[in-house]
Ligand binder design. Structure first.
Ligand SMILES: [Zn+2]
Ligand SMILES: [Zn+2]
Length: 102
């Protein structure tokens, strides 16, 4: 669980550096399923959603693979922070418009 590093992207939510690591449960996003009737088949990895890596924010808990927060706890914290700091009707956008926070 510790072999992550900072990735190239920044968090779409809080603009912190995103943590990044290879998914340790698959090869390039796919896992071999060898108990199928057809012998060996490749299945999309559930852990990384077929991406082959995981990327998440250590600040606010945003998971950029699944496009959601790692847990409802993180989401609640994030929303509370937004409410506390903004107060300007900033809706945590599903439509990102390159808005720059102060
Ligand atoms: Zn974040
Ligand atoms: Zn995976």
């Amino acid at each position: 669980m510790s072999d992550w590093e900072y990735g190239e992207n920044s968090c779409p939510k809080c603009h912190s550096e995103m943590a990044w690591r290879h998914c340790d449960q698959c090869e390039g996003g796919y896992v071999e399923d060898d108990d199928g009737i057809n012998g060996c088949s490749l299945e999309r990895c559930d852990n990384c959603n077929g991406k082959g890596f995981e990327e998440w924010c250590r600040e606010c808990g945003w998971d950029d693979v699944y496009k959601c927060f790692l847990s409802p706890e993180y989401e609640r914290e994030y929303l509370e922070k937004q409410a506390a700091s903004a107060g300007s009707g900033d809706t945590d956008g599903s439509s990102e418009t390159g808005r720059v926070s102060p």
